[in-house]
Design a protein around this ligand. Sequence first.
Ligand code: SF4
Length: 319
Amino acid sequence: MTTMEERLEDRIYTYSTYLLRKFHRKVFRVGLSTGIKCPHRMRTGGCIFCAPETFTGEYLSCNLSVKDQLEQGISLVTRSCGEVGILAYFQEDTSTAGDVLYLKQKFADAVNHEKVLGLVISTRPDYIDENMVTMLAGIERPVTIEIGMQSIHDKSLVLLNRGHDFARVEQAVQLCGEKGLTVGVHLIMGIPGEDHRDMLATIRYISANPYIHQVKFHNLVVYRDTMLHRLYLEKKMELLSMEAYITELAELLPYLRGDIVITRLFTSSIRRAGIAIPEFQGVKTRWMNSLRKYIYKKGILQGTETAVTFDPHNNEIVK
Ligand code: SF4
């Protein structure tokens, strides 16, 4: 049983802590689509782990206007959580792929909704340029841009068929950071071929980059009928077990700067039917408990090996 002394929120900077500090109320995200498919998937078949159907929530559809997607999403959230603040989360595919004016209108449709407090936009680094970032920086609500980084190692980006190198990620992060956007990055821990030292190098890079404010951790989930699934079946890919992933993640946390928000620890909440390997169909709360127990057993606190140790009692808003 979780005791008061063993809350994950006292050891790492969780997304819920951040949202509460920033908006002073409970906030939920509603997933949205710009209506544009990921060009990288259309052109090359996409990243080896990509399973586009997993982006699609019940209310999220390319065929609905942003306003209708929001209405449906907000009514679902309100039914289960009551009156809460809303972040419009453009999470499907590559949400900055497309004409700047077209996207400007889509994002305006979202921020003009009375319940929307801000935007979160998920994308690839090679669809971020000066024009796009200037448009995003002009939106009069907080904008967070989530960039798929995955790893700082080019060999891993090639293996995942990301279609860009790490230098492209660095440029995109800098461009967004310099214009004042809140920047989050997606990382995959346990990419085949990476060892602890490789993952540690990625975390150290993130802690040293002043433009990165948030990190979303993913375990490498194998969805059915993906390229990754085929490689796994052909025994060309070895994956980290969930137990090893949890230990690895916990051991990396001291090296993650304490003012960087962890927006996710696992990939789990996707429709289970699509997951190819039973071990990864686990229940998030069970993984969360294992992580919490490990962290407390080892006395781990986010950021102790960096210049900023996480302080659960510091209520200052970090951008
Ligand atoms: S960038 Fe995202 S949407 Fe596009 S192929 Fe890769 S994982 Fe899929």
